[in-house]
Design a protein around this ligand. Structure first.
Ligand SMILES: C[S@@+](CC[C@H](N)C(=O)[O-])C[C@H]1O[C@@H](n2cnc3c(N)ncnc32)[C@H](O)[C@@H]1O
Length: 236
């Protein structure tokens, strides 16, 4: 596992652990981020065009999707159980607001099952870190975006090595202890958070990767040191 790739064996194990996190995903996420996660989700939504077709890659149990207002939304995830959890949560909320029904699609970032130039925006919240080939996933996002379309990603990147060590301690001790209490066992799925965080790169690594893949106007903002960076790029 490194800043760019996760090997097949590790990725499959990670996915099994993510699936096991579904029942308590939001509870632990809120604790881990001191409740800041809702603010970061709003920041991502504010960066999306007000209308148009939006793809969320790695939608998980629908934590962001349920809040997306007014756009046509496609939610993609490799775990069918995640998609089922997301659908039962997101559909009633969107229907009540009068928003269009979400299209739920099983698949991976690295091999998006969509035509070229078919989205006005692509976003990914706390999923990019889990992609098994980040460069390939970014190239796919660029392919499906219309010219001028925007990509927005949020995930916890490090600023530098020292900062990464502090972040590791936070995940291991603060989040790990809470997850142990919630699951009532030390062998809980959130141990994988520390692993993926450790191998994930710095904010700057992915700014460079977005530019190398071909995005223009690439920007990154560290919104909460160690816990959230928002990257943004435009399809030329
Ligand atoms: C931590 S959850 C994020 C859930 C949600 N987006 C949120 O805002 O909290 C990460 C999700 O990314 C998905 N994922 C992992 N690898 C992926 C890949 N290669 N392509 C697309 N999604 C992936 C996982 O299945 C999981 O549902």
């Amino acid at each position: 596992m490194d800043a760019e790739r996760i090997g097949a064996e590790d990725w499959n194990e990670l996915q099994r652990n993510l699936e096991a996190s579904i029942p308590v995903y939001d509870k632990i996420n809120r604790f881990a981020t001191l409740g800041q996660v809702s603010k970061w989700r709003r920041m991502v939504q504010d960066r999306l065009p007000a209308q148009g077709r939006v793809l969320e890659v790695g939608c998980g149990p629908g934590s962001f999707a349920e809040e997306v207002v007014g756009r046509d939304l496609v939610c993609l995830d490799p775990i069918s159980e995640m998609l089922r959890a997301a659908q039962s949560r997101v559909d009633p909320k969107r229907e009540a607001r009068g928003d269009s029904a979400v299209e739920f699609v099983e698949g991976t970032a690295e091999d998006l099952p969509f035509d070229d130039d078919s989205f006005d925006a692509v976003c990914s919240l706390f999923s990019f870190r889990d992609w098994y080939d980040k460069r390939a996933g970014l190239a796919e996002a660029l392919r499906v975006l219309k010219p001028g379309g925007v990509l927005v990603i949020v995930d916890p990147a490090k600023i530098n090595r020292l900062h990464g060590a502090l972040g590791w301690l936070w995940m291991r001790v603060w989040v790990g202890t809470y997850a142990r209490l919630v699951y009532r066992k030390s062998d809980h799925p959130w141990r994988w958070l520390t692993r993926t965080y450790s191998s994930f790169g710095t904010t700057r690594v992915y700014v460079r990767m977005l530019e190398e893949v071909g995005f223009s106007d690439v920007r990154a903002k560290v919104v909460f040191p160690g816990m959230a960076t928002i990257w943004q790029g435009t399809s030329p």
